[in-house]
Design a protein. Structure first.
Length: 264
């Protein structure tokens, strides 16, 4: 299986005329996973915790002030208790995995999954993001990498840029600030070249980073997916990209070719 970083944004993104269809096409193009392991920007906790393993996995509507219809979204995926045991084994005693049984899939997980796996028939487990340190997250990805050989899709989610202070919030198609666009292009180039050193030191090297990422939590899940694919030669592709309310919607796939065409 590949490892992926899927951008997700706020719930109203499901009304976008292009984004849901591109997610659906990406899901169809991927090899079918045995299970999905989600690491979302919206759950930061250390020691690493895993969420609900019951069937269906509950949802956590971790957003406020939106129309009622967003709180009726459903994704009744099977739980993945066996995957939780596999993750615990891979992390080992030096990095204990704790259970948080009442923690459902947050919107960073279930909104993209609704479109990528609309039948909700693949077991899903979410674990917490234990740090924002790129090196630590690369190592976490490395330790989780053997799951890919077992048919598990490592599914990191966030937003490549997370800036709300510079876009025209009355226009979802407003142009990004030049700094945001520059950061997006720099990340794409560094990923394409495999420049791991530059990516790890993005806070010091990337143009526009202060404006593109006032906070880091939406960007850094990328390093988990990257770490899970470091030892697997394969293309880095961008299944969809563009800007929404001035933020980059670039998603990334590491480590394995797709089984069908994905929109450019």
């Amino acid at each position: 299986m590949p490892a992926i970083y899927a951008t997700q944004g706020a719930p109203p993104l499901i009304d976008h005329p292009r984004w849901p269809a591109e997610l659906a096409a990406w899901g169809r193009a991927l090899p079918r996973p045995r299970a999905i392991l989600v690491i979302s920007a919206h759950w930061e906790q250390n020691p690493i915790a895993y969420g609900a393993t019951t069937t269906p996995v509950p949802l956590y509507y971790d957003f406020y002030g939106f129309p009622e219809r967003f709180y009726r979204l459903s994704f009744p995926a099977p739980g993945a208790p066996d995957l939780a045991a596999e993750v615990a084994r891979l992390l080992g005693p030096s990095q204990p995995l704790v259970e948080q049984a009442d923690r459902g899939l947050d919107h960073g997980a279930f909104i993209p999954l609704i479109y990528m796996y609309p039948d909700a028939d693949v077991p899903v487990l979410q674990i917490s993001l234990p740090t924002q340190d790129p090196v630590g997250l690369l190592e976490l990805g490395r330790r989780l990498a053997p799951l890919r050989d077992e048919g598990v899709l490592i599914f990191a989610t966030g937003l490549l840029t997370h800036s709300t202070g510079y876009a025209d919030l009355s226009n979802p198609d407003s142009s990004p600030h030049p700094d945001v666009a520059a950061f997006d292009a720099w990340v794409a180039d560094a990923l394409g070249r495999g420049d791991l050193d530059a990516l790890v030191h993005y806070r010091d090297r990337a143009p526009g980073v202060r404006r593109a990422l006032p906070s880091q939590e939406h960007f850094v899940p990328l390093f988990v997916a990257l770490g899970a694919a470091l030892d697997t030669p394969g293309p880095v592709i961008f299944p969809h990209h563009g800007f929404w309310y001035g933020n980059s919607m670039r998603s990334v796939q590491f480590g394995a070719p797709v089984t069908a065409d994905v929109p450019a």
